[in-house]
Design a protein around this ligand. Structure first.
Ligand code: MRU
Length: 351
């Protein structure tokens, strides 16, 4: 992966770009301190970028993987048919193994794979058109969810959000942050409290950066401050995204989401999950079946590259948790809003 510097300030809604047979990814590991792109020229580059979280957030991972399939098709175009198929299959497997929890990755790979059925050759042009569709559809879905989610907020209020769910985490605009952006434009949001989101700091580095760019009044807080904020000030909603939603409405999202939902129910604060239908996984009955990614202990033991944990200390670093459906008041998708999500209403959305 080659680093590409920028000539103008970066925009969060331009985190993934197809440029001259390669993909430029806004490097989320170093934002907001450094604004730079990383160029991916092969599927293996793309898998490395997803694993290292150069690109992250469930919908963005799906879009990036779709472009990764195009890179595989281009890279192996000049091989013999048998070699080409072998190399392509290997790349599909490498992409599928890059991160386990965000189901959008597998959804996008399946969509790309569907174009290959009964094709004698690997149709690179059709694959590129499909990847661009997936990208555009996500932007449209986010805009729709922005309107639908904003419509659920009755009166101007402060909200809490977790992780980063904005342009950076999607094709553009965002899921939960997309609702916040739209609701702010409609005068329905007075202030955003953004959890810093330890250990990777998606909140303090990425969400705060996006909120500042949009001039939305906001404060960062440590993850442990959320319950106290609900107790001491007027918070109408907690608004979060999702990485995978099971058939019964259980939601896997960034670690810390579950405790936010518990605290919200205790304090009478409404809890909204915003996710496109590409995040629904009806093959999984409940959240107990969702694979939860565990990442390196160093992410917890180090902060900004500096060792902070006691030398020799162990660390447990699951990066997602599951919020049971009964703690969710509203699920917003681009196809509609489900109040008090349950098995039947989630299936109805897809039918
Ligand atoms: O580990 P990450 O940063 O990829 O996790 C991202 C999240 O958990 C987001 O909240 C989720 O993907 C929704 S993003 C639109």
């Amino acid at each position: 992966m080659e680093v590409v510097s920028l000539s103008a300030p970066a925009h969060p809604d331009q985190a993934i770009r197809w440029v001259e047979s390669a993909v430029l990814l806004l490097d989320q590991r170093v934002l907001p301190r450094v604004e730079r792109y990383v160029r991916c020229c092969t599927a293996s580059d793309m898998a490395d970028a997803i694993r290292a979280m150069v690109v992250r957030g469930a919908p963005a991972i799906g879009i990036a993987a779709a472009y990764g399939v195009v890179l595989a098709a281009l890279q192996h175009a000049n091989k013999t048919p048998a070699e080409r198929q072998r190399a392509f299959d290997r790349d599909m497997a490498i992409l599928a193994a890059s991160r386990p929890t965000a189901v959008n990755l597998f959804w996008a790979l399946r969509r790309m794979q569907a174009l290959l059925a009964n094709q004698p050759n690997i149709p690179a042009e059709a694959l590129l058109a499909e990847a661009k569709h997936i990208h555009q559809e996500d932007i449209i879905a986010n805009r729709l969810m922005g309107e639908l989610g904003a419509a659920c907020i009755a009166a101007p209020t402060a909200v809490i959000t977790h992780c980063n769910t904005g342009g950076l985490a999607t094709g553009g605009h965002g899921t939960a942050l997309g609702v916040i952006r739209t609701a702010f434009q409609r005068g329905k949001i007075t202030h955003v409290y953004a959890d810093e989101t330890r250990p990777w700091l998606q909140g303090s580095r990425l969400t705060a950066w996006e909120l500042l760019k949009e001039s939305i009044p906001s404060s960062l807080m440590v993850d442990g401050a959320a319950a106290a904020r609900m107790r001491t000030s007027e918070i109408g909603w907690v608004i979060v995204g999702a990485d995978r939603i099971a058939a019964n409405g259980d939601v896997a999202n960034k670690i810390g989401t579950y405790q936010l939902a518990v605290a919200a129910r205790y304090h009478g604060v409404k809890f909204m999950v915003v996710a496109p239908t590409s995040t629904l996984d009806l093959s999984i009955a409940s959240g107990a079946d969702i694979p939860i990614e565990t990442r390196a202990a160093e992410e917890v033991l180090l902060c900004g590259g500096t060792a902070v944990g006691a030398p020799g200390a162990d660390a447990w670093n699951p990066v997602f948790d599951v919020t049971p459906a009964e703690l969710i008041d509203v699920l917003v998708t681009e196809r509609g809003v489900v109040r008090n999500p349950a098995d039947k209403s989630i299936r109805a959305i897809l039918s």
